[in-house]
Design a protein around this ligand. Structure first.
Ligand SMILES: Cc1cc2nc3c(=O)[nH]c(=O)nc-3n(C[C@H](O)[C@H](O)[C@H](O)COP(=O)(O)O)c2cc1C
Length: 199
């Protein structure tokens, strides 16, 4: 996970993400765990951190992710995809989008989550090899008064969980791991590390 570490024999993986309340970081970290398990040298980059820019072309596989607030991903994620679209096109890649819509029981709301991804990739003019819509979290305990008030009203309309005394997590971790495996399968990194894993 050290950006200055030498390339590993089993390949290098970049996981670049932005998060507002922390759930996308948890998803990015889980993807990094999957890559680490395969013996890859994995670099996690928070795109909102100062001097966060990194060149995707120097990795064997790249994951990019963000979360939805008010219908859009973080600006830092779209800027990263737009600024590096040529590099992103040149490596096996996956884009993941964390939202409440992705976790809804209502197919029409889940469709919204897909639309956020389609809009993002169309604007960036980048077609990731794999995309994933990932259920996020409601962290009432961490929201300030206004955010808690607004979110409870929105969630109540959707028939969701509104108890402000607790947090809710809707992330399907099995699905996150499968998505990570699918992208890593596309990269040369995986076949090498799998051979190693089999001994
Ligand atoms: C102020 C606010 C606005 C949100 N807007 C949306 C939205 O428009 N659509 C949606 O599906 N989820 C929405 N969400 C849910 C977030 O996408 C979800 O909480 C996610 O886990 C946030 O990820 P993060 O912790 O990485 O920022 C919103 C959450 C907050 C707090």
């Amino acid at each position: 996970m050290d950006a200055s570490a030498p390339p590993s024999d089993s390949g290098t993986v970049l996981v670049a993400y932005a998060t507002t309340e922390g759930q996308t970081r948890a998803v990015a970290e889980r993807i990094a765990v999957v890559a680490d398990r395969r013996g890859a040298e994995t670099t996690l980059v928070n795109l909102d951190a100062p001097h966060a820019d990194v060149d995707p072309a120097s990795f064997d596989a790249v994951f990019v992710g963000g979360s939805i607030h008010g219908g859009s991903h973080q600006r830092s994620v779209s800027e990263f995809a737009e600024n590096h679209r040529n590099a992103l096109r040149s490596v096996p890649s996956g884009f993941f989008s964390v939202s409440l819509s992705a976790a809804s029981d209502d197919p029409e709301i889940r469709e919204k989550a897909e639309e956020y991804v389609e809009r993002f990739t169309a604007n960036a003019r980048w077609s990731p090899d794999r995309t994933a819509t990932v259920g996020g979290a409601l962290k009432y305990g961490e929201y300030g008064f206004l955010k808690r008030f607004v979110m409870r009203r929105i969630v109540a309309k959707m028939g969701g969980d509104t108890d402000p005394r607790r947090d809710y997590e809707y992330t399907d971790w099995t699905r996150v791991e499968r998505f990570a495996e699918e992208v890593l399968d596309l990269a040369a990194v995986s076949s090498v590390s799998r051979t190693n894993a089999r001994g």
